[in-house]
Design a binder for this molecule. Structure first.
Ligand code: ATP
Ligand code: MG
Length: 362
């Protein structure tokens, strides 16, 4: 009997606007790398977003969660939910997916590649953002959207922080810190949010006792916004609450070439991983073939690497390493990078450049 080939089942959800361009790019790159390292991938495309509305009556067709639950991971393109018509069936899938699969940690690396015309050429840090609490609260804890208008002139926005949610994301961040420089920075504002941020910080220190090899420090979020500009090199792994993380990751992306350079991986309690770039669906540049596919490709690469570690699949780890070399090579040449990062080509040219580098890899 032939030995079983190492195998992953991966969902593909294109999303909207530039998602239709960058998700196929990510699939093509992973496919090329997997072919070289002997990793068999069973790709499962699934409808989602505006394109699914006429065909399935919903932007998030019934059965999607059940189907994804059986997979190892999936690539989720950006959802252009702001542009959706206010009709029945227009559903924002993000909270359903994040909560349904317990994807409480959003891992967002910021890394510079020389020559892209970015602010800095030597940044390498990871922001781990809590993904399921904060100002986008759990509907089981706070009814409705988490915002209330007790009178016409007063709005109250509710932010939820729990010990369980805080310690889970802290643990995920410590695990990552342990694999890197063994330094974790907790970003918060417990000077003002004594209870909410206070609880988050307490849980980070509590979990830290399980990681005596990792050094913890803390920075207040406004100081962090400044220090990311002045000395981004002093950070390695950062953990923070939902909205602070959202803002700081966009700021960090701005230092290394913009939103096209900001990948993300959502992970959690289950074995399922979700590759999702930080940026939105960029309707302003959709359909022109000019979107930078890096963030989406790198998100998919992170997922393959994470699954490789998690399932101990050497072929997946090898595919991720091969992709990393090929991406670095393509980014080094203006002919194989997009114009937003001082390149001369479009989405397809960059994708083919990365694939060519995969095929040429010794
Ligand atoms: P969301 O509310 O979904 O986060 P957003 O308002 O942050 O959306 P994006 O869709 O992320 O908006 O786009 C912000 C800007 O960044 C736009 O000008 C867009 O063209 C640009 N942009 C986003 N992603 C890319 C990319 N991959 N390549 C090039 N430009 C991009
Ligand atoms: Mg945004």
């Amino acid at each position: 009997e032939a030995p079983m080939q190492p195998h992953l089942t991966l969902g593909v959800l294109d999303g909207d606007d530039i998602g239709l361009e960058i998700v196929p790019a990510a699939v093509a790159v992973v496919r090329a790398a997997a072919a070289r390292t002997g990793l068999a991938i069973d790709w499962r495309p699934m409808p989602i977003g505006a394109n699914a509305l006429p065909t399935h009556g919903s932007t998030f067709p019934e059965g999607t969660m059940e189907a994804l639950a059986k997979m190892d991971g999936f690539i989720l393109g950006p959802i252009g939910h702001r542009a959706y018509p206010k009709v029945p069936g227009a559903i924002n899938p993000h909270p359903i997916m994040r909560k349904g699969f317990g994807l409480f940690a959003n891992v967002r690396p910021t890394r510079s590649y020389p020559g892209l015309g970015a602010v800095y050429d030597n940044i390498d840090l990871v922001i781990v953002r809590e993904n399921n609490e904060g100002f986008q609260p759990d509907r089981n804890v706070v009814a409705g959207s988490g915002e209330f208008r007790p009178t016409e002139d007063v709005t109250i926005s509710v932010r939820v922080i729990t010990r369980a949610g805080s310690s889970k994301v802290a643990r995920a961040a410590f695990e990552i810190a342990r694999q890197r420089k063994k330094r974790l920075t907790v970003v918060h504002k417990n000077t003002v949010f004594k209870l909410g941020c206070g609880m988050f910080v307490e849980e980070c220190y509590r979990v830290g006792q399980e990681f005596p090899d990792v050094t913890i420090d803390e920075v207040i979020v406004d100081t962090m916004a400044m220090r990311l500009i002045r000395d981004p090199w002093s950070f390695d792994v950062v953990v923070t609450t939902n909205m602070f993380g959202d803002i700081l990751t966009d700021e960090a992306a701005g230092l290394v070439g913009g939103l096209g350079m900001a990948p993300g991986l959502c992970i959690g309690e289950g074995a399922l991983a979700m590759a999702q770039a930080t940026h939105g669906s960029a309707p302003d540049i959709a359909g022109q073939g000019i979107a930078n596919p890096f963030a989406m490709i790198e998100s998919a690469r992170m997922m393959v690497e994470w699954l490789g570690h998690n399932r101990q699949i050497p072929e997946a780890l090898a595919a991720a390493a091969l992709m990393e070399r090929a991406i670095t090579k393509a980014l080094a040449d203006p002919a194989t990078r997009t114009r937003d990062i001082k390149g001369r080509t479009g989405t397809e040219g960059m994708t083919q450049g990365i694939i060519a580098a995969i095929e040429a890899d010794a």
